[in-house]
Design a protein around this ligand. Structure first.
Ligand SMILES: Cc1ncc(COP(=O)(O)O)c(C=O)c1O
Length: 288
């Protein structure tokens, strides 16, 4: 999005599917072919994939033989991944690595608008020189310092523990619901990526954007439960990205999604194909 706003051109290399891991040969090839590429932007865990990237794949990009740019690793969701998943410590070894984290996710402080960059001093100095003259607002800084105190870090860890418990529960319960298809992402974030089918799996159901869109809309409009339609993303046909909530929220979601799917199948054939493209576009535009 920032690249588009700033009129910076992009070279996209799709992730491998299934699994949503880096296609290392294709990335290396793209970097070899175009020396004007300045940054390789990777996301671990990915959004909406929820998958942590393999360390050896990131290393292969960092070690590229001829390309001389910077590898940016977005770790916005890293606190939900198993201990040791972050590559932030690699910046002491790799002067071409920038690791970004945020207080918006596991800390629940999106309103504070604060993140952190881990990188080599040479790049850190450049970033400091480039940033607007005003520093982090004092209230934001105070909130962040409090959030990082041992007591509050403990609260954050407890919250993550609760989310992981509910994530496991969703992984166990969702496949039992007729019409919910394969879980196709990783388990390392605070959301899960599930396929939705045009009929229950035992009746030969296939992943369907029509169903995913209908479920997304019914949940949002009739049940007040908001998911993300991601059916137009690479390798995500028929997928919703479902954020893991509290125990009560997960109770409600599991109950409502079952009802909504049942209703959907009752109406099969009347799912309003005509304006599907417009609805898909609107649903895909919901970011974050
Ligand atoms: C992958 C990823 N990176 C970064 C961000 C940005 O987080 P923020 O700007 O709130 O720090 C988001 C937010 O949704 C995200 O999904």
């Amino acid at each position: 999005m920032s690249a588009q706003v700033n009129d910076v051109s992009l070279v996209k290399v799709p992730l491998k599917t299934p699994g949503f891991q880096l296609d290392v040969p294709a990335i290396k090839d793209a970097l070899s072919k175009d020396s004007s590429i300045k940054l390789a932007y990777l996301c671990s865990p990915g959004n909406p994939t929820g998958a942590v990237l393999k360390k050896e794949d990131v290393k292969a990009i960092l070690e590229h033989e001829s390309w001389n740019g910077i590898v940016v690793l977005d770790e916005a969701y890293i606190d939900f991944a198993p201990e040791g998943s972050s590559l932030s410590q690699w910046v002491t070894e790799w002067p071409n690595l920038v690791v970004m984290q945020t207080m918006s996710k596991a800390f629940g402080l999106a309103g504070a608008r604060l993140g952190a960059v881990f990188t080599d001093p040479a790049i850190a100095n450049l970033l400091n020189a480039m940033k607007a003259p005003y520093n982090i607002p004092n209230p934001t800084s105070q909130i962040a310092r409090a959030a990082l105190s041992p007591n509050h870090l403990k609260v954050m860890q407890e919250n993550i523990g609760r989310i992981v418990k509910q994530r496991n529960r969703m992984l166990e319960e969702l496949p039992k619901i007729p019409g919910v298809g394969k879980f196709i992402g990783g388990e390392e974030s605070n959301f899960l990526l599930y396929e939705f089918l045009d009929a229950p799996a035992n009746q030969g159901g296939k992943p369907s954007n029509e169903t995913a869109l209908a479920v997304y809309e019914s949940l949002a409009e009739e049940k007040g439960v908001v998911t993300r339609f991601r059916g137009k993303e690479h390798g995500c046909l028929g997928c919703l990205r479902i954020t893991v909530g509290t125990e009560k929220e997960v109770d409600r979601f599991l109950e409502e999604v079952k009802v909504v799917l049942q209703n959907c199948f009752q109406k099969t054939g009347k799912l309003g194909k005509k304006d599907e493209e417009k609805r898909e576009k609107e649903a895909s535009a919901v970011v974050a």
